[in-house]
Design a protein around this ligand. Sequence first.
Ligand SMILES: Cc1ncc(COP(=O)(O)O)c(C=O)c1O
Length: 352
Amino acid sequence: MAGNAYRDTTEALLLPRIIRFGQNLYGASFTLMKLVPARHILLKAERTGALGPRTEVVETTSGTFGLALAMQSALMGRRLTLVSDPVIDAALRRRLTDLGARVEICAEPAEIGGYQEARLKRLAEIRAERPDSFCPEQYDNPDNPASYTVVAEHFERALGGVDCLVGPVGSGGSMCGTVGALRSGGRPVTAIGVDTDHSVLFGQPDGTRTLRGLGNSLMPGNLDHRAFDEVHWCTAAEAYAATRRLHARHALFQGPTSGAAYLAARWWAAAHPNARVVVMLPDEGYRYQETVYDDGWLASHGFTEPLPDAPVDVSDPTRPAGRWSRYAWGRRSLAEVIRAAGASEPSREGAP
Ligand SMILES: Cc1ncc(COP(=O)(O)O)c(C=O)c1O
């Protein structure tokens, strides 16, 4: 990073603040974690010529990657089209358009693969219609995980080493990229991924999920299952309650995927007092003030169960446990885990 005093916005907001939660647990609090891959991918594409003077950036997203691309594209004076679906929240949509992005909404889900598949189809059409376009492809572009080397270096500088990294998994980019870079020095770093029930990422059949930002209906190429020592699944109610606990205990105002990761990290750090644990906290709480941070909303949606003290251990990760659960993944491939559990592999139909 440049040594001068002035930075542009995405550069200034790129790296997380490192906050000590206890004896051996540190939070990495990002303003918007997805700025890391968005900035890296677009600047690299400009350097390599993949982004020409008039090339339009196109991507499908209803979440924070879209916001990060819109921020980066605004700074670069780039045209950006984002393909999304009706689940996109109105405030985020307003922010995207304010940043100059064009937002296209797919009104109908695909029969197989739901809205995610419908969005991918529309994106393919747009790319065919506009040959001078560039798609960052966060799910499959190796520059997504590669972009997190700076985050690993930041941790090394601040803490002098990390023994365990815990974080939510969506595309796999942040966890696989950061832990890969931390291990490149030969350190035996433990990686704990946090997912939610009915996500295909670690072997469950796709289904309806309430918790957004982590989990996936399609298998991303950037998810390297062999990077993970342990996987946790938590429900939306547990993630929301943990997000509120993070706020109440540490005055840290983050989104619900941060809460999910904090839940697993706090438990693991207490069980391993000699390990230095870092938990990835990917976004701030502002988008969730009317939901996760509103007791009335939580009660009216039935998110009232008390937070368990510990996960249940599962022997078959392909079956949703319906509560915070944990599986010793052991750095194996998905196929190896599924064979060992005696389950059948979920359908990859529609996977990009
Ligand atoms: C808020 C939030 N948390 C966590 C993640 C998961 O990160 P990754 O895609 O790097 O696995 C995402 C991904 O979009 C996200 O938006």
